[in-house]
Design a protein around this ligand. Structure first.
Ligand code: IVH
Length: 716
């Protein structure tokens, strides 16, 4: 923990600081997420955020409505109550090709009674983000409600989950308004990216009601990381970022949503206010959204005429693949919003917009060879090695064949011409075989009976579709995968040790199980190929730093089946050390909200294995911390009412032991010290309290008896 000042001073000072922090955080959030132009470092931002959290914890009544910490009046879980949309969320008519686009333009001209066939209308082209649409409501500048589309008329309330999305503004920036009520620019021109010039004399307005439409999505990079984690803990993976976003937004526990790294782009704003008029054009609509503080997909463009629309679509067919979000088309909107009312909508889509859809990304290529990947838990998955082919912006050489039954169903054989598709444009898969192109004399593929890495006979457990190599501790592939998992970012995060180095270390027999990392020496490392003294020292210091990564990461790093980052967090929330977890009974674990029998039985099974028990002992022997550190003992669920306060416990307490009392103090953000000084805020005096109590009295430190202390704990 760095730099969060202790809570001292009067309530008025706290109030002023809460207001200042709220404003500062919102300003920097905007600079970072919307303008892409951060003014302070990430760590400084985190410091401000934590300071606000601590203050709001100590003085919940001071938290401002719409606070960026999202703590105000937040009940613990989302109940997804129904929300009737004030303005329905319609869908869009599709244009599957350029012909459809022209027909749409013809319909517009007819609808607007424009006789001249060559008339050119202005459009705004926006990339169609493949996520899920949401409706956001702001009253007097505060985010009050967010809902999913649902059936278009009624959606689900996901306000709390939306609050976890960092780029979503919890309070709106005021905007400048001209005398005639039109938008005159953002309040501040920081970043200078607005297309509207601000008139600094124009008054600032926060409209009383603002409705926004946008798309929540999962960045491709987050999706890949999420699926990797899920796969490693043997949980079902998401088929594409869209499903992952939808699943993550509809979690009962907002904490889980927060762990999923969702993002937002907005594209429509409706203003209800006497002082500010509805945007007159779609391009002005985009500028207003930005001025309020909303993230807007930056590649939108205003164009004239349908030919320019086609040009935009062609241009982005390739370019869109370089973005960290998935797009499945271009949304074309008539720029003049005044005309929207003239054209109206059908029962399900507006006439003034259309979605140009890019065709699905498929390609034909030759299946050269089927190889096998042996994972951390021994799961053997077939991989299609392909004649390289261009697909959705990248060159594909490998594609998933999922499992043995998939190969059998497809009857895929080396030498076949196959159709590959990017499922959600990320993981390519083989979808079918072009039987017409099958070479003469080809034989059905025979699935191996032995592990392709170590030769052990493969097995299938119970109902599982996956085939596994049971040689858990002897199969090189499994050993490597476990070690790679140990060093990975969400586990012990040993940055200097990448996949290639792990392979080198295993090959050189320097590392076989995680505890061996902590026995590496300068000599053993510099003996490796391409490893200089400087890199070796770097590796050693990174390994050293990972000895104390905390219990949560350690539990995850052990690679217990079914225990992902979330499961590890839940278990670390309940147990204080690996030994406690190892001794826990399955029934006791299963009562933890979110744990259930699959995880708890896997944990018990893990610690029953002699190899794993030896590993834990060896980790302790090499100095890896297997107990919670102080920061983990703080419970984020409790209000941090003792933040910055120093307690000393003396004498014998009747209703709790000293450790319990100290944990209770730490869980509320306080510190437990063993000696009394002027800095001590409270001395808790039990039976037979002696010199410490005297010292407290002589220094004028507040003294609490056990009952007073318990009352203080209860009131927080
Ligand atoms: S405008 C009434 N703009 O596409 C018009 N939609 O197929 C509403 N979408 O439900 C939509 N990007 O979830 C609009 N720039 C964009 C969009 C966009 C993605 C989604 C939206 C909508 C669906 C329609």
């Amino acid at each position: 923990m760095t730099g969060v000042p202790p809570i001292t001073g009067s309530v008025d000072e706290a109030r002023a600081r809460v207001e200042e922090l709220t404003r500062l955080i919102e300003h920097h959030r905007f600079a970072y997420y919307v303008l892409d132009n951060p003014e302070i470092s990430d760590s400084r931002f985190d410091e401000l955020y934590r300071e606000l959290e601590a203050l709001e914890g100590a003085y919940p009544e001071l938290a401002l409505p719409g606070s960026p910490t999202g703590r105000v009046g937040a009940p613990p879980s989302t109940d997804f109550k129904e929300v009737t949309h004030r303005i329905p969320l319609l869908s869009l008519a599709n244009a599957m090709n350029f012909d459809d686009l022209e027909k749409w333009q013809d319909r517009l001209l007819r609808g607007l009674e424009i006789e001249d066939e060559n008339a050119s209308l202005d459009y705004v082209c926006e990339l169609k983000i493949d996520g899920l649409s949401i409706a956001l409501t702001y009253r007097n500048g505060e985010f009050v409600e967010g809902a999913t589309r649902g059936n278009g008329a009624v959606g689900e309330d996901v306000t709390l989950n939306l609050r976890t999305i960092k780029s979503l503004p919890t309070r709106l920036n005021p905007v400048r308004v001209s005398a005639d009520g039109t938008f005159a620019g953002p309040a501040s021109v920081a970043g200078g990216t607005s297309s509207v010039t601000a008139e600094s004399s124009a008054p600032l307005v926060v409209p009383s009601l603002v409705e926004v439409r946008g798309e929540v999505y999962m960045p491709v990079s987050s999706f890949v990381g999420l699926n990797q984690g899920l796969a490693e803990s043997n949980e079902p993976v998401f088929a594409n970022p869209r499903n992952a976003a939808s699943g993550s937004l509809r979690q009962k526990d907002p904490k889980k949503t927060a762990s999923r790294k969702l993002a937002l782009f907005t594209y429509l704003v409706y203003v209800t206010d006497d002082r500010l008029a509805q945007p007159g054009t779609q391009h002005e609509n985009m500028a207003i959204l930005k001025a309020f503080g909303f993230p807007v997909e930056p590649n939108w463009r205003r164009v004239s005429g349908v030919e320019a629309v086609k040009e935009y679509c062609r241009d982005f067919d390739e370019r869109r693949h370089g973005l960290d979000y998935q797009t499945d088309g271009v949304v074309v909107k008539l720029d003049d919003r005044g005309l929207w009312n003239v054209l109206g909508a059908t029962s399900h889509s507006p006439r003034w917009a259309v979605a140009f859809k890019y065709p699905p990304e498929e390609a034909e290529t030759v299946l050269l060879e089927i190889t096998f990947d042996v994972g951390r838990t021994g799961a053997v998955t077939p991989v299609a090695n392909l004649e390289p082919v261009k697909l959705a912006g990248t060159t594909v050489k490998r594609a998933s064949l999922h499992n043995a039954s998939q190969i059998a169903r497809l009857d895929a054989r080396p030498g076949d011409t196959v159709v590959v598709r990017k499922a959600g444009e990320i993981i390519p898969e083989v979808v079918s075989v072009v039987l017409k192109a099958r070479p003469d004399g080809s034989q059905p593929f025979v699935y191996p009976h032995q592990c392709p890495v170590c030769g052990t006979a493969l097995v299938r457990f119970g109902e599982e579709v996956v085939v596994r190599c049971p040689n858990t501790y002897g199969c090189r592939s499994q050993i490597e995968r476990r070690l790679k998992h140990w060093v990975s970012r969400d586990a012990m995060d040993i940055e200097g040790v990448g996949e290639v180095l792990v392979e080198q270390l295993v090959k050189a027999r320097l590392v076989e199980r995680p505890s061996d990392f902590y026995r590496l020496s300068l000599e053993s490392l510099t003996g490796l190929e391409r490893m200089g003294e400087k890199s070796a020292k770097n590796v050693l210091s990174q390994v050293e730093a990972s000895r104390t990564r905390g219990l949560k990461r350690l539990i995850y790093a052990l690679g217990i089946r079914h225990v992902g980052t979330m499961g590890a967090e839940l278990l670390a929330g309940r147990y204080d050390s690996i030994d406690e977890l190892a001794a826990a009974r399955s029934e006791d674990m299963a009562v933890i909200d979110g744990v259930g029998p699959t995880i708890s039985e896997a944990v018990v099974e893990f610690f029953q294995d002699q190899h794993n028990r030896e590993l834990i002992e060896d980790l302790k022997a090499v100095g890896v911390a297997t107990e919670k550190d102080e920061s983990e003992l703080k419970s984020p669920d409790l209000p941090q009412t003792f933040a910055g306060k120093i307690f000393v416990i003396t004498g014998t307490l009747a209703r709790m032991d000293r450790k319990e009392a100290e944990d209770a103090i730490k869980a509320r953000g306080g510190k437990a010290s063993s000696s009394v000084s002027k800095k001590t805020d409270y001395v808790v005096a039990g039976e037979k309290a002696g010199s410490k109590l005297e010292k407290a009295r002589s220094l004028g430190v507040s003294v609490l008896d056990e009952n007073e202390f318990l009352a203080m704990l209860e009131s927080s």
